[in-house]
Design a protein around this ligand. Structure first.
Ligand code: MEV
Length: 315
C-alpha cells in the first residue's frame, strides 16, 4: 500500500521575522507543491529519497546522530513506527516543484506532506493533528520556528497568524498574482533568525519600535485586503521591505532585484527569512508575461505564482 500527500509552498506577504516576536504576519500558500509518497518495506530501515539527497538508516538510529535536511521525515517515520509498534521499515519518496532553501516553504510543505503521508500508513488523522506533527518535525531542523509556515501549508489560502492566537483565514474576492524571483543565494532560516535575535539584543528599543510599526502596517494591510486595493498593498510591501533592511536580512543582490521589480509591479519585497532566498512582486495579471520577460532578460530565475486555496491534499 502506498500513501500519498501533497502540500503547497508558501510566501510571507508581511511580517516575517517580526512574527517570531508576537507580531501578526500575513501569509499565503502558492500553487507550487511538494508530494510525498510512503510505503512499508520489509527491511528494518527508514529510507528517504528526494531531489536534495538520500537518507537511509536503521529504524532505531538516535535523532541526535542525524545531520541531514531530511531529518524531519526520519523523525516522522520513526515516531509512527514506535507509536504503532510496527515491525518493519518505511520508504519515503519526495517530489518537489518548490526550489529548496530559498524561503518558499519547501521545508514546511515537506513536513506537512510527510506527516500526512506517513501517518496515513497507520491511521486516519485530521488536519489539526497533521499540523501539530509537522511543526514537531520541522523543529528537528529549525528549533525556533513560529509554526506559521506549516500552518499555511496545511490549510492553504491567505491567512493571518500570530503566535498567541494562531491563525485565521482571510477571505479574498479574487486571487493575487505574483512574480517570484530567486536570488539563488541559499540561506539557513535558523541562522538568519538567530542573527535577528542578536540585532534585537543589541537594539532593544529600536526593535520594539519596529515591531509596533510592523503591527500597524499589518493592520492597515488587513483593511486594504478587504477592498482588494493592490496599489495600497504594494506601497505597504515597500514599507515592510524597509523594516527588513533595518534588521539586516537584506543584501545587495536582493535590493537590485527589488529595484528592478518595483519598476513594473505594485510593490516588491523579500519573502521569508531573507539573507538570500526570494523576492516577491505583486503584479497585474494582464502584465504577467511581459513582466516575467523583463526579469528573465536580466538573467534572473523567476516564475509566476498565485494563491493555492486547497492546502494539504491526501490521495
Ligand atoms: C521564515 O519563512 C519566516 C520567519 O519569520 C521564521 C518563522 O516565522 O518561523 C523568518
Amino acid at each position: 500500500m502506498k500513501s500519498k500527500a501533497s502540500a503547497p509552498g508558501k510566501i510571507i506577504l508581511f511580517g516575517e521575522h517580526f512574527v517570531v516576536y508576537g507580531v501578526k504576519a500575513i501569509l499565503c500558500a502558492i500553487d507550487k507543491r511538494i508530494t510525498v509518497t510512503s510505503e512499508f518495506i520489509p527491511e528494518e530501515r527508514i529510507s528517504i529519497k528526494s531531489n536534495i539527497g538520500k537518507l537511509e538508516l536503521p529504524i532505531n538510529t538516535p535523532l541526535a546522530k542525524i545531520e541531514s535536511p531530511l531529518k524531519p521525515f526520519f523523525y516522522l517515520a520513526q515516531k509512527m513506527i514506535k507509536k504503532h509498534n510496527h515491525k518493519s521499515g518505511i520508504k519515503v519518496s519526495v517530489e518537489s516543484e518548490i526550489p529548496s532553501g530559498v524561503g518558499l516553504g519547501s521545508s514546511s510543505a515537506s513536513c506537512v506532506a510527510g506527516a500526512a503521508s506517513i501517518s496515513k500508513l497507520f491511521e486516519e488523522v485530521g488536519n489539526e493533528k497533521i499540523l501539530e506533527l509537522s511543526i514537531e518535525a520541522e523543529k528537528t531542523i529549525f528549533e525556533n520556528t513560529s509554526g506559521a509556515d506549516c500552518t499555511v501549508c496545511t490549510f492553504g489560502g491567505l491567512m493571518q497568524y500570530d503566535r498567541k492566537n494562531g491563525f485565521s483565514k482571510i477571505d479574498l474576492e479574487s486571487n493575487f498574482h505574483f512574480i517570484i524571483a530567486n536570488s539563488k543565494i541559499e540561506h539557513s532560516t535558523d541562522s538568519i533568525v538567530s542573527n535577528v535575535q542578536e540585532f534585537k539584543k543589541n537594539n532593544e528599543i529600536k526593535f520594539s519600535e519596529l515591531c509596533k510599526k510592523e503591527s500597524e502596517l499589518v493592520n492597515d494591510v488587513l483593511r486594504f485586503l478587504k477592498n482588494n486595493d493592490l496599489k495600497e498593498l504594494g506601497e505597504k510591501m515597500q514599507e515592510n521591505q524597509q523594516f527588513l533592511e533595518t534588521i539586516g536580512v537584506s543584501n545587495e543582490k536582493l535590493r537590485d532585484m527589488i529595484k528592478l521589480a518595483e519598476k513594473f509591479s505594485f510593490g516588491a519585497k523579500i519573502t521569508g527569512a531573507g539573507g538570500g532566498g526570494c523576492i516577491i512582486a505583486l503584479v497585474e495579471e494582464s502584465n504577467l508575461k511581459s513582466n516575467l520577460y523583463e526579469m528573465k532578460e536580466k538573467n534572473l530565475e523567476c516564475f509566476s505564482a498565485k494563491i493555492d486555496f486547497k492546502g494539504l491534499n491526501t490521495f
